[in-house]
Design a protein around this ligand. Structure first.
Ligand code: AKB
Length: 338
């Protein structure tokens, strides 16, 4: 008999790392993970890992002959800064990879005549504020506002949201065969900050980089202006959001795509927080005008009231708890060991 699994793509990335740990806490969850890379050692025993490409349809064929995939967390993506250097590859991974996974979900749902849940993390990168005046004026953006991204990654993510919506509502709408039943659910994340891992290839990376550099006693040259402001949340809250949305009763959901966030800080405010805990930290501001322009196009904050209303979303870590209870103690501990 084929084994029932939760499939996680992009498993060796930051969100994957935290999500695998959390899902593995429930011994009933059997995890199947995929990534181009091997998994970090600490999470290897928690999952069956397949090193491979989300664009490899032959690989998917082999996986479905062995496993029944009930839920998919499709995390694999090239982030915003990296995608600007290789936009065509970003399109392949971020769009064609998503399309392959949605097709896999569609086939699974048809063969088994049951819904397959598809969790898709999107991003503040799908927004595009035209100028700083608008960014300051329209502070907390709602899901349907300003959806005009200026990065390849933002375009890919907004299209991924649209593809997921299409697959869940209209895919093969004129066909007579067994209907497709994909339960697509999406959260738009702000910048994420983990105490245990560092991001790579993103543009919100200045937040986590600054904190981790200070904890290691290293100087940090921040690539955006001191007044550059975007929303952030901690990694445990990001995982909570994915799991809470996954567990929410379908009938409570009035949307397929939800903003989630916790706090909004400028780069200067992050520096000030860092200095409180690491008074010798050396942070300078040396804006890279191109990356700065991307941050300027992202909203200063997100309105996540619909997620709060529909599925009780509420971050565990507001700004004070994020720094005092989660980030600073765990990051200190992390670098004390090395
Ligand atoms: C990035 O900076 O590209 C990501 C994101 C905000 O989605 N962290």
């Amino acid at each position: 008999m084929r084994k029932h699994v939760i499939l996680i793509t992009g498993a060796s990335g930051e969100v994957g790392h935290a999500l695998i740990r959390r899902l593995a806490e429930d011994g009933n969850n059997r995890l199947l993970t995929m990534d181009l890379h091997a998994l970090p050692e600490d999470i290897r025993p928690l999952t069956t890992h397949v090193q491979g490409d989300v664009l490899d349809s032959g690989l998917f064929g082999r996986l479905v002959s062995e496993y029944e995939i009930d839920t998919i967390f499709h995390l694999a993506a090239l982030l915003s800064t990296r995608s600007e250097f290789t936009p065509e590859m970003a399109h392949q991974v971020n769009v064609e990879g998503t399309l392959s996974l949605l097709k896999l979900a569609a086939e699974q749902s048809q063969w088994r005549s049951r819904p397959i849940q598809f969790l898709f993390p999107s991003s503040i990168a799908i927004y595009g504020m035209p100028d700083l005046e608008s960014k300051n004026l329209y502070n907390r953006v709602r899901e349907w506002e300003w959806n005009q991204p200026r990065t390849m990654y933002g375009c890919n993510k907004v299209y991924g949201e649209m593809l997921g919506t299409y697959f869940s509502k209209h895919y093969r709408q004129l066909a007579t065969e067994q209907p497709v039943n994909i339960d697509f659910r999406c959260v738009r994340f702000p910048g994420l900050i983990s105490a245990y891992t560092l991001p790579s290839g993103g543009t919100s990376d200045f937040g986590p980089e600054m904190i981790h550099a200070a904890a290691q006693g290293q100087p940090y040259a921040c690539f955006v202006r001191e007044d550059a402001r975007i929303p952030f949340m901690t990694m445990p809250d990001a995982v909570d959001a994915l799991l809470a949305l996954s567990a929410a009763p379908r009938e409570k959901l009035t949307r397929l795509i939800y903003n989630v966030t916790s706090f909004s800080l400028s780069a200067g405010e992050i520096r000030n927080r860092v200095l409180t805990d690491f008074p010798n930290a050396h942070v300078t501001f040396e804006p890279d005008l191109k990356r700065q322009a991307i941050i300027d196009s992202w909203p200063a904050d997100l309105d996540d009231s619909v997620a709060r209303r529909d599925w009780g979303w509420h971050p565990r870590y507001g700004v004070d708890a994020a720094f005092d209870d989660y980030l600073i103690p765990n990051i200190r501990e992390r670098y004390r060991k090395t």
